[in-house]
Design a protein around this ligand. Structure first.
Ligand code: HSE
Length: 417
């Protein structure tokens, strides 16, 4: 099958490299060779290996009947959407690594692919080299997915791991990550959680079968996580991870992106540095975990190439991934429930009653956590409660006691020693 790559940046050039490096392995697995015919790019010259395939006009690809498969690694929504749509309408299969495109237009593009008897694949849009998309629609096709929770962003996981290990501040660690090239010069998409939110939206669509908007997912990034929070986490045998989570309960869908304190028994506890980890829970399957490199040239290109192989294998049929155009309603964040780790001004003396009334209604048990004899603040963990009740509890507590809640972090799982 003749192929065109649109966008010869890090991922696009990586795809060409994987095709060259693993040529023999790939040929063993498909009924016909995958041959790169065009590379669409704005530059006048791209690389000695692929300069002869360089074109500047998408029409060349669109109008060449020999091209059966188009790889979109341009990024952004426009003109990627228009090019992908036009390719699908010509019956050409499309593989993309572009999460913004999949998040914004995925259901529409799948519908167009279905109408034109071709396929739209996007394995590389979530978790880089980790095969999470195919695992859901292929391996777990017979499961009702009840939860997917993951560390989906390598940059923030690197920053949080460094903060935990070195006791450094968020600002210093971010600067260091930028110096080393792990974090972008404008780091907002990563550290404010939007990259994780887009990936979470794709996973929510995969698990619910419906369309959803990442803008509708509650998203909190890691800017406010401090070295002090990590000191408390360490005291409690926990760590802090930026998680994207989707959950199905009684036909309702919940989703959030937030820094979460997790204990050592959670398999995501050990996912450190730039690695991603994704826990999938099925109603019959139980819990499974995927782990690997969620970003980077060759891991992401590897996922693109696996989709290209799928496109060749399924070139005469539309492969349903179970994702319709029906819009999903996500439950408000206030209806989620957590136990909360809370840092309060001063010592517990004189405010125990207010703490119990607002945060410990069920257990009535306050276990203050102090850091090295500090008496300007202390921490504690609430009972499990609805987010809306917790937020109201913070308001009432601050009003009644005149004490400030410095920070809170949602927790999952049990505290460990
Ligand atoms: N900036 C992303 C990350 C790249 O750090 O994981 C992959 O989407």
């Amino acid at each position: 099958m003749k192929v065109a790559i649109m966008g010869y940046g890090t991922i696009g050039s990586g795809v060409a490299e994987v095709l060259r490096t693993n040529k023999e392995q790939i040929e063993l697995k498909v009924s016909e060779p995958i041959e790169l015919k065009y590379v669409l790019d704005l530059r006048e010259s791209i690389s000695p290996e692929d300069n002869d395939k360089l074109v500047h006009d998408f029409k060349v690809i669109e109008e060449d009947p020999e091209v059966g498969l188009v790889v979109e690694t341009m990024g952004g929504i426009h003109p990627a959407y228009e090019f992908v749509k036009a390719a699908l309408e010509k019956g050409k299969h499309v593989v993309t690594s572009n999460k913004a495109l999949v998040d914004a237009m995925g259901s529409k593009l799948i519908a167009i692919a279905k109408e034109h008897h071709c396929n739209f694949y996007f394995e590389a849009s979530v978790g880089g080299g980790i095969p999470v998309i195919r695992t859901i629609y292929h391996n777990y096709a017979g499961e009702k997915i009840v939860e997917i929770t993951g560390i989906l962003n390598g940059t923030t996981n690197y920053i949080l791991t460094e903060m935990r290990e070195k006791g450094a501040s968020f600002e210093d660690t971010l600067r260091e990550a930028q110096k080393l090239g792990y974090a972008e010069r404008d780091p907002s998409a990563d550290i404010d959680g939007f990259d994780t939110s887009r990936k979470t939206a794709i996973l929510l669509s995969m698990s619910s079968g419906c369309r959803c908007r990442h803008e509708d997912i509650f998203t909190e990034g890691i800017r406010n996580v401090s070295s002090m929070d990590f000191q408390y986490a360490r005291e409690m045998g926990m760590t802090i991870k930026l998680l994207g989570s989707v959950q199905a309960r009684e036909d309702k869908y919940f989703a959030y992106v937030a820094p979460i304190m997790i204990g050592k028994t959670d398999p995501l506890f050990a996912v450190d540095g730039v690695f991603n980890g994704i826990r999938i829970v099925g109603n019959c399957l139980g819990s499974t975990m995927l782990y690997g490199r969620g970003a980077g040239k060759l891991p992401t290109a590897s996922a693109v190439v696996s989709d290209m192989i799928a496109a060749v294998r399924h070139q005469h049929e539309f492969q349903g991934i179970g994702w319709s155009e029906k819009m999903l309603t996500i439950e408000p964040m206030g209806n989620n429930s957590f136990s909360y780790f809370v840092r309060v001004e001063g010592t517990p003396e004189g405010i125990k009653k207010e703490l119990k009334e607002n945060f410990l209604k069920h257990s009535g048990k306050l276990v203050p956590i102090a850091l090295g004899g500090r008496n300007d603040e202390f921490g504690f963990v609430t009972d499990e409660m609805f987010e809306k009740d917790f937020i109201e509890g913070v308001r009432v507590f601050e009003e009644k006691t005149g004490r400030r809640v410095f920070h809170y972090i949602r927790t999952e799982g049990e505290l460990s020693d």
